[in-house]
Write a protein that binds this ligand. Structure first.
Ligand code: F0G
Length: 353
Protein backbone atom coordinates (compact mmCIF):
# COMPACT_ATOMS: atom_id res chain seq x y z
CA UNK A 1 0.00 0.00 0.00
CA UNK A 2 1.20 3.50 -0.76
CA UNK A 3 2.74 5.35 2.19
CA UNK A 4 0.75 8.54 2.71
CA UNK A 5 3.04 10.30 5.17
CA UNK A 6 2.96 10.80 8.92
CA UNK A 7 -0.22 12.83 9.40
CA UNK A 8 -2.31 10.18 7.62
CA UNK A 9 -0.48 7.20 9.08
CA UNK A 10 -0.51 8.26 12.74
CA UNK A 11 -3.47 10.65 12.96
CA UNK A 12 -4.92 8.98 16.06
CA UNK A 13 -1.67 9.68 17.93
CA UNK A 14 -1.28 13.24 16.62
CA UNK A 15 -3.14 16.55 17.04
CA UNK A 16 -4.74 16.08 13.61
CA UNK A 17 -8.32 17.40 13.35
CA UNK A 18 -10.86 17.72 10.52
CA UNK A 19 -9.41 21.18 9.90
CA UNK A 20 -5.77 20.11 9.71
CA UNK A 21 -4.43 20.24 6.12
CA UNK A 22 -3.02 16.80 5.22
CA UNK A 23 0.35 18.24 4.31
CA UNK A 24 2.96 15.68 3.23
CA UNK A 25 6.14 15.04 1.30
CA UNK A 26 5.72 11.35 2.21
CA UNK A 27 8.05 11.70 5.19
CA UNK A 28 8.62 8.91 7.70
CA UNK A 29 8.65 5.14 7.07
CA UNK A 30 12.46 5.24 7.14
CA UNK A 31 14.51 2.03 7.15
CA UNK A 32 15.84 0.31 10.24
CA UNK A 33 19.05 -1.31 9.04
CA UNK A 34 20.88 -4.09 10.86
CA UNK A 35 24.63 -3.47 11.00
CA UNK A 36 25.89 -7.06 10.69
CA UNK A 37 29.62 -6.39 10.71
CA UNK A 38 29.61 -4.00 13.62
CA UNK A 39 27.15 -6.15 15.60
CA UNK A 40 29.51 -9.11 15.35
CA UNK A 41 32.54 -7.02 16.23
CA UNK A 42 30.84 -5.46 19.29
CA UNK A 43 28.88 -8.49 20.53
CA UNK A 44 25.56 -6.66 20.40
CA UNK A 45 22.57 -6.58 18.05
CA UNK A 46 22.94 -3.15 16.44
CA UNK A 47 20.48 -1.41 14.13
CA UNK A 48 20.42 2.11 12.75
CA UNK A 49 17.29 4.18 12.13
CA UNK A 50 18.23 5.93 8.90
CA UNK A 51 16.48 9.30 9.05
CA UNK A 52 18.55 10.60 6.15
CA UNK A 53 16.04 8.97 3.78
CA UNK A 54 13.38 11.54 4.73
CA UNK A 55 12.38 14.00 1.95
CA UNK A 56 14.81 16.74 2.99
CA UNK A 57 17.38 14.27 4.32
CA UNK A 58 16.85 14.51 8.07
CA UNK A 59 14.48 13.62 10.93
CA UNK A 60 13.30 17.23 11.05
CA UNK A 61 10.70 16.44 8.39
CA UNK A 62 8.70 14.46 10.96
CA UNK A 63 8.30 17.45 13.22
CA UNK A 64 8.03 20.02 10.50
CA UNK A 65 5.12 18.42 8.64
CA UNK A 66 3.11 18.61 11.88
CA UNK A 67 4.23 22.12 12.89
CA UNK A 68 3.68 23.66 9.45
CA UNK A 69 0.30 21.94 9.02
CA UNK A 70 -0.87 23.37 12.37
CA UNK A 71 0.49 26.82 11.51
CA UNK A 72 -1.47 26.70 8.25
CA UNK A 73 -4.58 25.45 10.08
CA UNK A 74 -4.32 28.37 12.50
CA UNK A 75 -4.20 30.86 9.60
CA UNK A 76 -0.53 31.79 9.82
CA UNK A 77 1.19 32.93 6.63
CA UNK A 78 4.82 32.83 7.77
CA UNK A 79 7.01 30.37 9.70
CA UNK A 80 10.33 31.28 11.29
CA UNK A 81 13.15 29.25 12.85
CA UNK A 82 16.75 29.39 13.98
CA UNK A 83 18.83 26.50 12.71
CA UNK A 84 22.14 24.72 12.40
CA UNK A 85 20.84 23.75 8.94
CA UNK A 86 18.48 20.79 8.97
CA UNK A 87 15.55 22.49 10.67
CA UNK A 88 15.77 25.33 8.17
CA UNK A 89 15.85 22.93 5.20
CA UNK A 90 12.74 21.13 6.48
CA UNK A 91 10.90 24.34 7.40
CA UNK A 92 11.60 25.83 3.98
CA UNK A 93 10.43 22.71 2.15
CA UNK A 94 7.16 22.27 4.06
CA UNK A 95 6.42 26.00 3.97
CA UNK A 96 6.77 26.03 0.20
CA UNK A 97 4.57 22.92 -0.02
CA UNK A 98 1.94 24.66 2.14
CA UNK A 99 2.13 27.94 0.22
CA UNK A 100 3.63 29.81 3.16
CA UNK A 101 6.60 32.09 3.62
CA UNK A 102 9.65 30.84 5.54
CA UNK A 103 12.27 32.94 7.34
CA UNK A 104 15.38 31.24 8.68
CA UNK A 105 18.11 32.59 10.94
CA UNK A 106 21.41 30.70 10.79
CA UNK A 107 24.93 31.07 12.22
CA UNK A 108 26.99 32.58 9.39
CA UNK A 109 29.56 30.15 7.95
CA UNK A 110 28.61 27.37 10.37
CA UNK A 111 26.05 25.37 8.43
CA UNK A 112 26.89 22.54 6.04
CA UNK A 113 26.82 23.33 2.33
CA UNK A 114 24.04 20.90 1.40
CA UNK A 115 21.71 22.43 3.98
CA UNK A 116 22.33 25.96 2.73
CA UNK A 117 21.72 24.75 -0.84
CA UNK A 118 18.33 23.40 0.28
CA UNK A 119 17.24 26.63 1.96
CA UNK A 120 18.15 28.56 -1.17
CA UNK A 121 16.34 26.14 -3.48
CA UNK A 122 13.15 26.03 -1.41
CA UNK A 123 13.03 29.81 -1.51
CA UNK A 124 13.43 30.72 2.15
CA UNK A 125 14.29 34.22 3.32
CA UNK A 126 17.76 33.59 4.77
CA UNK A 127 19.32 35.69 7.53
CA UNK A 128 22.88 34.71 8.52
CA UNK A 129 23.96 36.27 11.82
CA UNK A 130 27.46 36.78 13.15
CA UNK A 131 26.57 34.62 16.11
CA UNK A 132 25.82 31.01 17.03
CA UNK A 133 22.66 28.89 17.06
CA UNK A 134 21.78 29.70 20.67
CA UNK A 135 21.83 33.41 19.91
CA UNK A 136 19.78 32.89 16.74
CA UNK A 137 17.20 30.90 18.70
CA UNK A 138 16.94 33.56 21.43
CA UNK A 139 16.38 36.11 18.67
CA UNK A 140 13.59 34.27 16.85
CA UNK A 141 11.84 33.34 20.11
CA UNK A 142 11.67 37.00 21.04
CA UNK A 143 10.67 38.08 17.57
CA UNK A 144 7.83 35.55 17.33
CA UNK A 145 6.24 36.96 20.50
CA UNK A 146 5.29 40.17 18.70
CA UNK A 147 5.62 39.62 14.93
CA UNK A 148 2.90 37.76 12.95
CA UNK A 149 5.09 34.69 12.44
CA UNK A 150 4.88 31.11 13.77
CA UNK A 151 7.97 29.76 15.49
CA UNK A 152 8.76 26.21 14.27
CA UNK A 153 11.79 25.35 16.36
CA UNK A 154 11.34 22.34 18.65
CA UNK A 155 10.06 24.60 21.46
CA UNK A 156 6.88 24.41 19.34
CA UNK A 157 5.13 21.35 20.87
CA UNK A 158 3.82 20.20 17.45
CA UNK A 159 7.43 19.52 16.44
CA UNK A 160 7.82 17.03 19.29
CA UNK A 161 4.48 15.42 18.39
CA UNK A 162 5.61 14.78 14.81
CA UNK A 163 9.05 13.56 15.80
CA UNK A 164 7.76 11.03 18.32
CA UNK A 165 6.53 8.90 15.37
CA UNK A 166 10.09 7.67 14.82
CA UNK A 167 9.85 5.73 18.09
CA UNK A 168 6.60 4.11 16.88
CA UNK A 169 8.34 2.96 13.71
CA UNK A 170 11.32 1.55 15.63
CA UNK A 171 8.95 -0.55 17.79
CA UNK A 172 7.03 -1.81 14.74
CA UNK A 173 10.20 -2.62 12.79
CA UNK A 174 11.87 -4.41 15.69
CA UNK A 175 8.67 -5.96 17.10
CA UNK A 176 9.33 -4.18 20.41
CA UNK A 177 11.41 -1.36 21.88
CA UNK A 178 15.20 -1.96 21.87
CA UNK A 179 17.18 -2.33 25.11
CA UNK A 180 19.04 0.91 24.34
CA UNK A 181 18.20 3.85 22.08
CA UNK A 182 21.33 5.85 21.24
CA UNK A 183 20.75 9.35 19.91
CA UNK A 184 22.69 12.57 19.23
CA UNK A 185 21.71 15.52 21.43
CA UNK A 186 21.86 19.12 20.25
CA UNK A 187 18.91 21.27 21.23
CA UNK A 188 17.49 18.11 22.90
CA UNK A 189 14.13 18.10 21.09
CA UNK A 190 14.59 14.72 19.45
CA UNK A 191 15.50 12.76 22.59
CA UNK A 192 12.42 14.36 24.18
CA UNK A 193 10.27 13.27 21.23
CA UNK A 194 11.57 9.69 21.13
CA UNK A 195 10.99 9.21 24.85
CA UNK A 196 7.45 10.54 24.56
CA UNK A 197 6.87 8.24 21.58
CA UNK A 198 8.18 5.14 23.32
CA UNK A 199 6.01 5.80 26.37
CA UNK A 200 2.84 6.39 24.33
CA UNK A 201 3.39 3.33 22.14
CA UNK A 202 4.06 1.22 25.20
CA UNK A 203 0.78 2.43 26.74
CA UNK A 204 -1.10 1.35 23.61
CA UNK A 205 0.78 -1.75 22.50
CA UNK A 206 2.97 -2.90 25.46
CA UNK A 207 6.11 -2.52 23.34
CA UNK A 208 8.38 -1.91 26.35
CA UNK A 209 10.76 0.97 27.04
CA UNK A 210 14.42 1.42 26.09
CA UNK A 211 17.17 3.03 28.11
CA UNK A 212 17.79 6.41 26.48
CA UNK A 213 21.50 7.12 25.84
CA UNK A 214 21.91 10.67 24.51
CA UNK A 215 25.25 11.97 23.25
CA UNK A 216 26.43 15.56 23.00
CA UNK A 217 29.61 16.65 21.24
CA UNK A 218 32.37 17.25 23.78
CA UNK A 219 32.82 20.91 22.78
CA UNK A 220 29.08 21.52 23.15
CA UNK A 221 28.25 19.27 26.12
CA UNK A 222 26.20 21.67 28.23
CA UNK A 223 23.96 19.02 29.79
CA UNK A 224 26.91 16.76 30.69
CA UNK A 225 28.77 19.71 32.25
CA UNK A 226 25.67 21.10 33.90
CA UNK A 227 26.33 24.59 32.56
CA UNK A 228 25.61 26.70 29.51
CA UNK A 229 28.49 26.75 27.04
CA UNK A 230 28.85 30.26 25.62
CA UNK A 231 31.02 29.33 22.65
CA UNK A 232 30.24 25.74 21.65
CA UNK A 233 32.60 24.17 19.08
CA UNK A 234 32.48 20.88 17.20
CA UNK A 235 33.07 19.58 13.69
CA UNK A 236 29.49 18.28 13.91
CA UNK A 237 27.87 21.66 13.17
CA UNK A 238 24.36 20.14 13.43
CA UNK A 239 24.81 19.78 17.22
CA UNK A 240 26.97 22.86 17.84
CA UNK A 241 24.61 24.06 20.58
CA UNK A 242 25.58 25.34 24.03
CA UNK A 243 22.20 25.98 25.67
CA UNK A 244 19.71 23.27 24.66
CA UNK A 245 16.10 24.47 24.75
CA UNK A 246 14.76 21.06 25.91
CA UNK A 247 17.51 20.55 28.50
CA UNK A 248 15.19 19.46 31.36
CA UNK A 249 13.23 17.07 29.15
CA UNK A 250 16.45 15.39 28.01
CA UNK A 251 17.56 14.90 31.62
CA UNK A 252 14.10 13.57 32.43
CA UNK A 253 14.23 11.07 29.53
CA UNK A 254 17.63 9.84 30.69
CA UNK A 255 16.54 9.55 34.33
CA UNK A 256 13.13 7.98 33.80
CA UNK A 257 14.57 5.39 31.42
CA UNK A 258 17.63 4.68 33.61
CA UNK A 259 19.80 5.87 30.73
CA UNK A 260 22.16 8.84 30.57
CA UNK A 261 23.40 11.89 28.71
CA UNK A 262 27.08 11.57 27.84
CA UNK A 263 29.57 13.20 25.48
CA UNK A 264 31.76 12.06 22.58
CA UNK A 265 34.82 13.79 21.13
CA UNK A 266 35.10 15.06 17.55
CA UNK A 267 37.69 12.31 16.94
CA UNK A 268 35.23 9.66 18.11
CA UNK A 269 32.49 11.15 15.94
CA UNK A 270 34.69 11.12 12.84
CA UNK A 271 35.88 7.58 13.54
CA UNK A 272 32.27 6.38 13.78
CA UNK A 273 31.33 8.40 10.67
CA UNK A 274 34.00 6.70 8.60
CA UNK A 275 33.43 3.26 10.12
CA UNK A 276 29.75 2.90 9.25
CA UNK A 277 30.27 4.21 5.72
CA UNK A 278 33.23 1.94 5.04
CA UNK A 279 32.13 -1.23 6.81
CA UNK A 280 28.34 -1.05 6.48
CA UNK A 281 27.58 1.13 3.43
CA UNK A 282 25.69 3.70 5.51
CA UNK A 283 26.62 7.35 5.03
CA UNK A 284 25.25 9.71 7.68
CA UNK A 285 26.28 13.27 8.47
CA UNK A 286 28.83 13.82 11.27
CA UNK A 287 26.34 15.03 13.90
CA UNK A 288 24.32 11.85 13.38
CA UNK A 289 27.31 9.69 14.14
CA UNK A 290 27.51 10.90 17.74
CA UNK A 291 25.05 8.06 18.36
CA UNK A 292 27.36 5.40 16.91
CA UNK A 293 30.39 6.95 18.63
CA UNK A 294 28.44 6.70 21.87
CA UNK A 295 27.57 3.05 21.29
CA UNK A 296 31.24 2.22 20.66
CA UNK A 297 32.18 4.02 23.88
CA UNK A 298 29.45 2.35 25.95
CA UNK A 299 30.22 -1.16 24.71
CA UNK A 300 33.89 -0.62 25.58
CA UNK A 301 33.05 0.58 29.10
CA UNK A 302 30.40 -2.10 29.66
CA UNK A 303 27.56 0.43 29.98
CA UNK A 304 25.94 -1.42 27.10
CA UNK A 305 26.13 -5.11 28.06
CA UNK A 306 27.00 -7.83 25.55
CA UNK A 307 23.96 -9.24 23.77
CA UNK A 308 21.94 -6.00 24.03
CA UNK A 309 19.62 -4.94 21.23
CA UNK A 310 20.59 -1.37 20.36
CA UNK A 311 19.09 1.15 17.93
CA UNK A 312 21.28 4.13 17.03
CA UNK A 313 19.48 7.04 15.39
CA UNK A 314 21.23 8.42 12.30
CA UNK A 315 19.56 11.79 12.14
CA UNK A 316 20.80 13.19 8.81
CA UNK A 317 22.07 12.16 5.38
CA UNK A 318 25.83 12.10 4.73
CA UNK A 319 25.43 14.20 1.59
CA UNK A 320 24.31 17.15 3.71
CA UNK A 321 27.94 17.86 4.55
CA UNK A 322 30.19 16.90 1.62
CA UNK A 323 33.04 19.12 2.78
CA UNK A 324 33.66 17.16 5.98
CA UNK A 325 33.58 13.89 4.01
CA UNK A 326 36.27 15.12 1.65
CA UNK A 327 38.34 16.76 4.41
CA UNK A 328 38.60 13.73 6.69
CA UNK A 329 39.70 11.29 4.00
CA UNK A 330 43.09 10.94 2.37
CA UNK A 331 41.52 8.92 -0.42
CA UNK A 332 40.96 10.98 -3.55
CA UNK A 333 40.48 9.94 -7.18
CA UNK A 334 43.59 8.76 -9.03
CA UNK A 335 43.82 10.95 -12.12
CA UNK A 336 45.05 9.11 -15.22
CA UNK A 337 45.17 9.91 -18.94
CA UNK A 338 42.30 8.62 -21.12
CA UNK A 339 44.39 5.60 -22.09
CA UNK A 340 43.19 1.95 -21.83
CA UNK A 341 46.62 0.55 -21.14
CA UNK A 342 47.43 2.97 -18.30
CA UNK A 343 44.03 2.54 -16.63
CA UNK A 344 44.18 -1.30 -16.93
CA UNK A 345 47.63 -1.38 -15.38
CA UNK A 346 46.49 0.77 -12.50
CA UNK A 347 43.38 -1.35 -11.85
CA UNK A 348 45.40 -4.57 -12.03
CA UNK A 349 47.61 -3.12 -9.32
CA UNK A 350 44.55 -2.33 -7.16
CA UNK A 351 42.99 -5.79 -7.62
CA UNK A 352 46.29 -7.52 -6.82
CA UNK A 353 46.94 -5.54 -3.64
N1 F0G B 1 21.39 15.44 14.34
C1 F0G B 1 21.22 16.32 13.34
C2 F0G B 1 21.65 15.92 11.98
C3 F0G B 1 20.64 17.57 13.61
O1 F0G B 1 20.47 18.43 12.61
C4 F0G B 1 20.28 17.90 14.93
C5 F0G B 1 19.70 19.20 15.25
C6 F0G B 1 20.47 16.93 15.92
C7 F0G B 1 21.03 15.71 15.59
C8 F0G B 1 20.11 17.16 17.33
O2 F0G B 1 18.74 17.10 17.52
O3 F0G B 1 18.44 19.36 18.47
O4 F0G B 1 16.66 17.65 18.64
O5 F0G B 1 18.75 17.43 19.97
N2 F0G B 1 19.60 20.15 14.43
C9 F0G B 1 18.89 21.42 14.68
C10 F0G B 1 18.80 22.22 13.40
C11 F0G B 1 19.39 22.17 15.83
O6 F0G B 1 18.70 23.45 13.45
O7 F0G B 1 18.80 21.61 12.33
P1 F0G B 1 18.09 17.93 18.73
Amino acid sequence: MMWKGLLAQYKEYLPVTEQTPMLTLHEGNTPLIHLANLSKQLGINLHVKVEGTNPTGSFKDRGMVMAVAKAKEEGSHTVICASTGNTSAAAAAYASRAGMRCIIVIPNGKIAMGKLAQAVMYGAEIVAIEGNFDQALAMVRKLSETAPVTLVNSVNPYRIEGQKTAAFEVCDQLGKAPDVLAIPVGNAGNITAYWKGFKEYNDHHQTGLPKMHGFEAEGAAAIVRGEVIENPETIATAIRIGNPASWEYAVQAANESQGKIDEVTDEEIIEAYRLIAKSEGVFAEPGSCASIAGVLKDVKSGKIPQGSTVVAVLTGNGLKDPNVAIDVNEVSPTVLPNDDQKVFEHIQGVVAS
